[in-house]
Design a protein around this ligand. Sequence first.
Ligand SMILES: [Zn+2]
Length: 203
Amino acid sequence: MAEAGSRRYPQQLTSHLRDLSKEKNNELQLYREWTFCHIKDSGETDRRCPCGKTGIRYLCYIKNRITGMLTFVGTKCVEFFDEEMKEVLKLSLGLISTGVTGKYKGLQKNGKKKRFEVRANSKIVKKEPRLKALFKHVPIYQKRNKKWEIQAFTQRDDLTLDECYTMKIKSSRWTQDYGNGITFRVTELERIQSLNNYYEIEF
Ligand SMILES: [Zn+2]
């Protein structure tokens, strides 16, 4: 373990990242080159983090903003990056592992995303102000009727209007000339009876 500031970075992880980074010596600087992109459910439980830890299922992809290289780390090591992103990370992990429930409300106007009404007391809505502070474009909206809605990409075209679905969602960060944002993509979807008899597990 090497010390950088108040943090201790795993040595194996540092040497893995060093090969993909511009900075080669200053560890703090080196780690700061990396930002969190998205979490992927590998569907397996025996993946390995570059730090050496095994038994990893959720892969947290990080991107180097200077070299453009992409790699992944486990859900523990990802906390070494992007201090201000911790809440987003936690939400992203919740969305892909526990999921969210929503009532299908049809296609987005002039777009390809699908709209789902979510409960006002759901985690995703509670995090909305925080996400808005970090990103310009966040696909969570409060409608004129005060109901909340998320917009997500999904390949599924067999959805029924006003039916409820439980979804696992992959959230990704992006940056363009016109600002930054997050995108939701449905990775798993299942129809349920109603929003009310679904118990949301804390994450
Ligand atoms: Zn690790």
